[in-house]
Design a protein around this ligand. Structure first.
Ligand code: AMP
Ligand code: GLY
Length: 422
């Protein structure tokens, strides 16, 4: 093992900023590179995370030891498989394992095969539209429709009206999300409390990171469309040790056994989207990466050296690692542009970052761009995340919300009820 290593982190979002800041705390780090764009303290490699050949050239040129993809796209596209024959370590599962996220149908079949509790569902394609419409008739509102493939967190619809659900099913199968929605899942609506359980897996052993809660709807009171995440809090008070024991028994254990049986050697982070219903865990989904904005609330609480965890995943040496976690809580609030999660404007000047930081908040840049003369401009939907650490989830949320209040740009918005229920 090298004393100090060079890491390339892929992706541009709040999750990657949080990972970068944590990685930079490590005495094991020689240098951190980021693509397509770095944050302060890192070196930018202007390569698209899906341009594996461009990444390979950068790896060779800079002598990079470890690649860490943040988002799902490079993972699902096989970045781990691409670099394996080149002897370059990637902290992510291979494409075969990544089907747990890239195909909701595959994931649901995996859950059924392994007796993992999940929502009742039906898979529909163009040829079975009639059966799909009858299945909707047999269900009670609200109606849950999901594109089978990746849709940037925007392929899930929860619709109160049967007529709207039928129209949406037809539109999705007609290609609303291109290939991603050529197959659609209709799912029973689960009523409960959500909790994200994040695991680090090395193919043999696993560690659970602190659990978290994501606020997925756009508006306060869980109203409005689903987004990729408007805020998060860690830890989650209702996911106590008893509940986590049940998660381990009913979800984690069967998942690990199922992977082994299928010959899948899963090394990477695994995200379990869990719903707590009357104390029992039900699995909504798998993601093959860290969550955004969950990561922004989880990582500030981790006291262990993250580089050792990343290496442990890649080298199959997690078993000897222990995770040190702070007893505090952390909340993260997404500040988004007007129009999000649909089309948003770009290029609005941002102010208030220093004020939020002066209050003791952490500001993680996401879709934000800094010009050559230091001006910060909005650059998409989720512009930045404001996080805060306090003794309790409620206090952390209040502080992060007060920090988010300081951030100003045309059309800035955030959910004012992040953490209100904890
Ligand atoms: P997914 O991409 O499958 O995680 O869905 C995104 C979000 O939609 C979840 O985190 C939940 O908030 C919500 N959701 C998905 N499926 C269901 C369901 N069957 N019942 C209730 N809410 C759901
Ligand atoms: N916050 C949800 C996700 O990362 O998928």
């Amino acid at each position: 093992m090298k004393d100090r290593i060079k890491i390339l982190l892929l992706g541009k979002g709040g999750r990657e900023s949080a990972l970068a800041r944590k990685i930079m705390e490590s005495p094991r780090l020689e240098k951190l590179y980021m693509a397509p764009e770095g944050i302060e303290g890192t070196e930018t490699i202007g390569v698209d995370p899906l341009d594996f050949i461009g990444i390979a050239e950068a790896v060779e040129r800079h002598g990079i030891d470890l690649i860490v993809p943040g988002g799902a796209n490079p993972i699902v596209s096989g970045i781990t498989d691409f670099f394996k024959p080149l002897g370059v370590k990637v902290v992510a599962p291979d494409a075969a394992c990544a089907r747990l996220e890239s195909s909701k149908e595959f994931a649901k079949e995996f859950m059924i095969d392994n007796a993992i509790p999940t929502a009742r569902f039906m898979t529909v394609t163009h040829d079975t539209l009639k059966e799909g419409l009858s299945f909707l008739d047999s269900m009670r509102p609200p109606y849950v429709l999901k594109a089978d493939g990746l849709a940037m967190g925007k392929g899930v619809f929860i619709l109160p009206s049967l007529a709207d659900a039928k129209e949406m099913l037809t539109d999705m199968l007609d290609g609303l999300f291109g290939e991603s929605s050529h197959t659609v899942l209709i799912e029973e609506f689960l009523r409960g409390k959500e909790c994200t359980v994040t695991l680090a897996l090395d193919g043999e052993d696993w560690l659970a990171l602190p659990n978290s809660r994501d606020y997925k709807r756009l508006l306060a009171g869980d109203e409005g469309p689903n987004t990729a995440g408007m805020g998060s809090v860690s830890p989650v008070t209702y996911a106590d040790a008893d509940f986590m024991e049940r998660v381990e028994k009913r979800i984690i254990g069967p998942t690990l056994r199922g992977l082994k049986e299928k010959g899948l050697d899963y090394r990477g982070f695994l995200y379990l989207g869990v719903m707590e219903i009357d104390g029992e865990p039900v699995l909504i989904e798998y993601n093959v990466r860290l969550g955004d904005p969950e990561t922004q609330a989880i990582l500030p609480l981790i006291e262990s050296d993250i580089v050792e965890i990343l290496e442990g995943i890649a080298d199959r040496t997690l078993g000897i690692k222990r995770l040190q976690v702070s007893k505090d809580a952390c909340a993260a609030v997404t500040v988004a542009s007007e129009g999000y999660p649909s089309i948003c404007e770009h290029g609005h000047p941002i102010s208030g970052i220093e004020e939020a930081e002066a209050m003791g908040c952490i500001v993680y840049p996401a879709l934000m761009h800094t010009t050559y003369d230091g001006k910060r401009l909005t650059d998409g939907g989720r512009v930045l995340t404001v996080a805060a650490i306090c003794e309790t989830p409620a206090a952390a949320s209040l502080k992060a919300l007060a920090g988010a209040e300081r951030i100003k740009f045309d059309g800035a918005r955030f959910r004012e009820d992040i953490g209100h229920d904890l």
